[in-house]
Design a protein around this ligand. Structure first.
Ligand code: CA
Length: 582
């Protein structure tokens, strides 16, 4: 255990600072003011922690300030955490997962040096809810973060009211830094001690778009905005030129053609093509370099560093050499791209009916090519990060977790993005390496959720267990006899029972249902062992659905067990649902 001298009461940490502060504040300015007030309040807590023991300090980049980076007692422990999360990486987008096109040798090496999870799923297939659950080890129903809107400075009701793993690690003497996308409640971010916490325009890296502002400061200095050449447009994300691919609606158009289109907002998922930025200055390169610098700077103190990469989330605009590295003509469209969806609860999901380019087998090849290029770039940078740990003698004692918040449909069922229970969206990569404690080449078949990561981190770093809805993955990693891993549940509660709300997978069977008796959303069950592309719904309108009642009831039984364990208010609705309803 950690020296008692560095422990203080949890007190205010983790509880919404805005609770009981009266009516909702809506303007950005007021939100910022609230954030600053909160930071002032909590800095008093930090000082109380720091004076409790002999303090280790380091200089920041400029050498101007002293950063409190831990205590002497604690530094002896030398167990670190490096948490790497990509955004929107589907399970199959790794060569170790059997992808025969995309090559990810560094991620494969990471997996072979520890535990590789074949059946890891997101808590909920969208950013904010997934990230809030990962950080706190709580289900989506427990955090209350069931939409992306309930993040950053949300104040309508208390959400995400329990501490994150980094808040607990900070209490235990760890130095925590965070690089990349946040997308959770900002009141949990004051534990991070990055040398730079704001962009030049005063945006915190923990507010909406914060990391992008910091990157813009960087790229404006390194690679000023060039003039457009013929056939190029500005990427609305990094404000640099890109050349669209045939899947992009600007393909083959001139700047004058699209000028009148200006009112039509083109968001990140609409952009596909080659980004005209040198590879060494890409967003991924920038975020990876920040992380490498943090490792170098913190090598002598117990650290928790998170690298939360924006990619391979849209825009699908890799730079050269990653653009074209996997030529579009050689890509294979997903088997389910032309699924007729006649018996799917997702017939209209993700605006698929209005976006025919994602069910076009020729056009989707460009998206796959770019997606793979972007992941190849990530893999190269993971290699650089692993080298940095090796070089500094940190490999054995650094727990590395690599995962993604959710997947990407990439044309499966004629869809892009996530938000659904199909494998491409809900099944994610998970690798855990810790050479001093986890055997090489461990493969875990059990079903797990990223809700389990919180307990796993505390367990491997020898921090006292803390209440959560998850369970440490150590039992599965060490192949202990356990019920853990028998099944996994993913939630979806964005707009109530107008879409399926629960997914349970057990023994390759997947049940997908809404959480009320009344919902008109059709039930679905897929046998992934025989139907891996989820094209044959055995329930819903299937005339033989009664043949599958027993299997569907078995899965619902386990779902009810899980809901009961978590004191879910959805228990009764799920129990009453008619599984044979057409
Ligand atoms: Ca995401």
């Amino acid at each position: 255990m950690v020296s008692a001298s560095v422990l203080i009461s949890f007190g205010t940490i983790g509880l919404g600072p805005f609770r009981g502060e009266g009516k909702m504040v809506t303007t950005q300015q007021n939100k910022r003011q609230n954030r600053r007030d909160f930071l002032k309040k909590t800095s008093a807590v930090m000082i109380a922690t720091a004076t409790a023991s002999t303090i280790l300090r380091a200089s920041d980049k400029t050498g101007k300030k002293n950063l409190v980076i831990g205590t002497e007692d604690f530094a002896q422990k030398k167990k670190n955490l490096l948490f790497i999360m990509t955004d929107q990486q589907q399970y199959k987008a790794l060569s170790i997962a059997g992808n025969t096109v995309l090559e990810t040798p560094n991620l494969d090496r990471l997996a072979q040096g520890g535990a590789y999870f074949k059946n890891a799923y997101t808590p909920m297939a969208v950013c904010g809810p997934a990230r809030s659950s990962i950080l706190t080890g709580m289900t989506v129903e427990s955090t209350g973060v069931n939409t992306n809107g309930k993040t950053y400075f949300y104040q309508d009701e208390p959400v995400m009211t329990t501490p994150t793993f980094d808040e607990i690690l900070t209490e235990s003497g760890y130095h925590c830094e965070y690089y990349g996308k946040w997308h959770a409640m900002s009141n949990h971010s004051d534990v991070y001690k990055n040398p730079e916490l704001e962009s030049e325009n005063g945006k915190s890296i923990f507010e909406h778009g914060g990391q992008n502002h910091v990157y813009m400061d960087y790229i404006n200095e390194q690679f000023p905005k060039p003039k457009l050449k013929d056939g190029e447009f500005y990427d609305t994300f990094v404000k640099r030129p890109y050349r669209p691919d045939p899947i992009d609606s600007y393909y083959g158009k001139s700047y004058n053609d699209v000028k009148k289109d200006k009112k039509k907002r083109r968001s990140q998922p609409n952009l596909h093509g080659e980004l005209m930025v040198p590879a060494e200055h890409s967003f991924t390169a920038y975020q990876a370099k920040e992380t490498i610098a943090a490792i170098e700077r913190l090598k002598d103190v117990p650290f928790s560093i998170t690298l939360s990469l924006h990619m391979p989330h849209a825009p699908m605009t890799p730079t050269k050499p990653y653009y074209g590295m996997y030529p579009a003509k050689d890509m294979t469209p997903p088997v389910s791209i032309n699924d007729d969806m006649s018996n799917s609860p997702y017939a209209k999901a993700n605006g698929r009916t209005g976006m025919p380019e994602y069910s076009d087998p020729e056009k989707i090849k460009y998206m796959i090519s770019n997606y793979y290029g972007i992941i190849k770039e990530i893999d190269v940078w993971i290699g650089e990060i692993l080298k940095t740990l090796d070089k500094n003698g940190l490999t054995d004692d650094t727990l590395i977790i690599f995962t993604s918040d959710h997947g990407e449909m990439l044309g499966a069922h004629g869809m892009r993005e996530k938000n659904v229970f199909y494998e491409e969206s809900s099944h994610i990569p998970l690798i855990i390496r810790f050479p001093s404690e986890i055997k090489k080449k461990t493969v875990v078949d059990g079903y797990v959720s990223n809700v389990d990561l919180f307990s796993t981190i505390l367990d491997y770093l020898d921090i006292e267990a803390h209440p959560s809805d998850g369970t440490s993955l150590r039992d599965l990693i060490e192949d202990k006899k356990t019920d853990h891993g028998k099944y996994v549940i993913t939630e979806w509660d964005y707009r109530g029972p107008v879409s399926p709300n629960y997914m349970i997978v057990k023994d390759g069977w997947k049940l997908i249902i809404p959480y009320t008796k009344e919902s008109t959303v059709i039930n679905a069950m897929y046998n992934l062992n025989e139907d891996p592309h989820e094209m044959k719904n055995l329930l819903g309108k299937n005339p033989n659905r009664a043949d599958y009642k027993e299997k569907a009831e078995e899965l619902r039984g386990y779902l009810l067990e899980w809901l009961k364990k978590n004191n879910s208010k959805r228990y009764k609705g799920v129990k009453k649902r008619d599984l044979l309803k057409a």
